[in-house]
Design a protein around this ligand. Sequence first.
Ligand code: PGA
Length: 270
Amino acid sequence: MQIKQLETVVGLPLFEQIGKKIYLTDAGREMQAYARRLAQLLGELEEVMEGFKGVRRGRLAVSVVTTANHFATRILADFASRYSGLSLRLDVTNRESLLRQLQRNECDLVIMGQPPEAEGLAAEAFLPNPLVVIAHASHPLASMRQIPLARLADETLLIRELGSGTRGAALRFFKSNAIRINLGMELRSSEAIKQAVEAGLGIAVVSLHTLELELAAQRIAVLDVEGFPIERHWYLVQNKDKRLAPAAKAFRDFVIKYAEHHGRLPELSP
Ligand code: PGA
């Protein structure tokens, strides 16, 4: 109905149907390009207006990868307690969908693993993010030292869903070391992966940041596997051209300071 209304206002067809598919007409394509520029300008206008409000009355939209949720919520809670008038939005999703959000300018700042290069993004590493191999605490490999990487080919590896950064990094690592891995069940979060590992369904590669409780309770063991941990980092990412409002700038500085002071990783037993 809205399309019809728009076509009536413009006085030109903007879409045409060929068979079952709908295509933009030449006029439709022009309209789309202008509409995008207008949406961009409106977004910028909103950001400039936010700037006038300062940190205390501003708005902040942060999106974080599922795996970073553990510490990101803590940082955000601490930040929010200092700026009570601030309106905050936190979205937790996987890497692919974060990249889409950045592309569509749907959030101010993102916390994720290394973003792809050449996507108009500015990225700043602020915390190490080692990926380790985990197994059930009474798994036979749990007591072994210097496990050869090839030994993992005899195990079932539980894996995160397509689009997860952890999945991508783990599979790239095994491929570059020519290890053929037995892929087991696919699960959508580190929490679900850990539960499945605890239930003895297989081993997995996860961020050490997600293991605080399980290691303390000795429910899960980090395996001493050749080539591990995979050294990664957490990044603060934003669109290069995005003018950050004071609230977003303050949050960026806060995250970097927070990581310097509280960014300790869970201890591994020797
Ligand atoms: P994930 O993110 O939760 O998508 O696996 C981790 C990452 O980007 O490194």
